[in-house]
Design a protein around this ligand. Structure first.
Ligand SMILES: NC(=O)c1ccc[n+]([C@@H]2O[C@H](COP(=O)([O-])OP(=O)(O)OC[C@H]3O[C@@H](n4cnc5c(N)ncnc54)[C@H](OP(=O)(O)O)[C@@H]3O)[C@@H](O)[C@H]2O)c1
Length: 236
């Protein structure tokens, strides 16, 4: 992946930026407060990183990561993402970020990725990296074919975009498990077994999980009737 655009460069976005730069990509990172507030991170990331606005990140990326709080999904620029693969790391956290009416509606979409896809009708959204704690994401990266390589689920409606997402994750140090279309993304939202699969005794205890382990966790998911009632430990 030549250039990765990152919209939302907090805990998850900056971890992905670090992994992407380590994998040889350039990154164009952005947040809500402006490029100047990312100067420290740019220094850490080195010469293959630059800070920009979200629209500039979207335009620059061959692939673009969206890693913002769910309440901000409508701010993601639409036109510059047209035709691109967009990795969605977003989780729905009603206690921290407020209620999102379209996700609370039992007759509407069940996942952040589906509402992001509606917002970006000409892009190809792939749900990925939402079920792993950001510190764990930074620490479980392994070279291809390592015995303890971890797998991450991906869901999306476009096969080519999922292929691109899988190649991106591979470069970052992860295998991937194709869960199916975006409507299957609930299988690794907060509260599901796949959201706890890389966690040991505490959330800071990172446990590698390969494709078979992740597939088993995904198969054990029980569709929640509501996002409410998810424990604080499961929300991140
Ligand atoms: N933390 C985790 O371990 C974890 C793991 C998996 C998934 N997730 C999910 O991934 C997403 C990011 O999580 P995080 O923990 O990295 O959050 P975070 O540390 O709070 O970072 C959020 C980032 O989004 C930016 N942002 C907010 N509103 C924006 C807007 N309107 N336009 C552009 N950028 C905007 C913020 O910029 P400013 O600081 O300038 O406002 C910040 O860079 C969330 O949806 C979260 O639920 C988190």
């Amino acid at each position: 992946m030549k250039t990765v655009g990152i919209i939302g460069t907090g805990r998850v976005g900056s971890t992905l930026a670090q992994l992407a730069v380590a994998a040889g990509s350039s990154v164009v990172i952005s947040n809500s407060r402006g490029p100047e507030t990312l100067a420290g991170l740019i220094t850490e990331l080195g010469p293959n990183a630059r800070a920009a606005t979200p629209a500039e990140s979207a335009a620059a990326g061959d692939l673009v990561v969206v890693s913002v709080p769910v309440r901000a999904y409508r701010d993601v620029p639409v036109a510059p993402l047209s035709g691109k693969t967009v990795i969605d790391t977003v989780n729905y956290d009603p206690e921290l970020h407020g209620r999102i009416a379209e996700l609370d509606d039992p007759t509407g979409p069940a996942t952040t990725s589906e509402i992001l896809q509606q917002h970006l009708p000409l892009s190809h959204v792939v749900k990925a990296c939402n079920n792993i704690f950001f510190l764990t994401l930074g620490s479980l990266s392994r070279p291809t074919a390592a015995a303890d390589r971890t797998a991450l689920p991906i869901a999306g409606d476009d096969a080519d975009a999922k292929g691109e997402a899988a190649a991106f994750l591979d470069a970052l140090g992860y295998d991937s498990v194709d869960v199916g279309p975006l409507t299957e993304g609930w299988r690794y939202q907060p509260g599901t077994p796949a959201h706890r699969v890389y966690v040991g005794d505490s959330i800071h205890d990172a446990v590698p999980a390969g494709t078979d382990t992740v597939r088993t966790a995904l198969a054990a998911a029980v569709r929640p009737s509501s996002m409410l009632g998810i424990s604080a430990e499961e929300r991140h």
